[in-house]
Design a binder for this molecule. Structure first.
Ligand SMILES: [Zn+2]
Length: 162
């Protein structure tokens, strides 16, 4: 569900999406060619809807850091070489006081992680490809458990750029 300004707001159930559309509170932006019968109407299954009036988004809050969250934020790309990442690296190593924060954790491939060990990127002569930061909460309302629909990508990347 997108806000009237097209920022992602939340993931709503299929049923709720249809109720919102049928009551005129939202319109369908993207759908799938799967017909669904709701009340007396037949429509395609909505996959992205936009609210017709702007609602105030929930207040920004600190997002809890997690291993899965880091991998997702960095899209499984190693912060150092860009390869496939399935480990997490402390940019400033824990042994040097590095914290478990969004700013100090990056996705990392196994090879870079092994090579880096307890060194800082500077000591390795490496540069981070990204500046690690807490994800913008407006793009963060899709729970990890949620199946990510391909049609959502366009609207989620829009929010990241904005
Ligand atoms: Zn790497």
């Amino acid at each position: 569900m997108l806000n009237a300004g097209y920022e992602p707001l939340s993931v709503v159930s299929f049923r709720r999406a249809i109720v919102l559309v049928l009551s005129g509170k939202a319109t369908v932006v993207a759908d799938e060619p799967v017909p669904v019968r709701a009340q007396t109407v037949q429509m395609n299954s909505p996959s992205v809807i936009v609210l017709t009036t702007y609602v105030t988004p929930p207040r920004r809050r600190r997002v809890a850091v997690s291993r899965r969250g880091i991998l997702r934020r960095d899209r499984h790309r190693c912060g150092y070489c860009g390869g496939y990442a399935n480990t997490i690296d402390h940019v400033l190593p824990r042994s040097r006081g590095g914290q478990n924060t969004w700013e100090n954790l990056v996705a990392c491939c196994r090879e870079c992680n092994n090579r880096k060990g307890d060194h800082t990127p500077a000591e390795m002569g490496w540069r981070l490809r990204v500046t690690p930061a807490q994800p913008r909460t407006s793009t963060w309302f899709i729970p990890d458990s949620e199946k990510y629909e391909p049609q959502w990508a366009e609207f989620l990347s829009y929010a990241r750029v904005a």
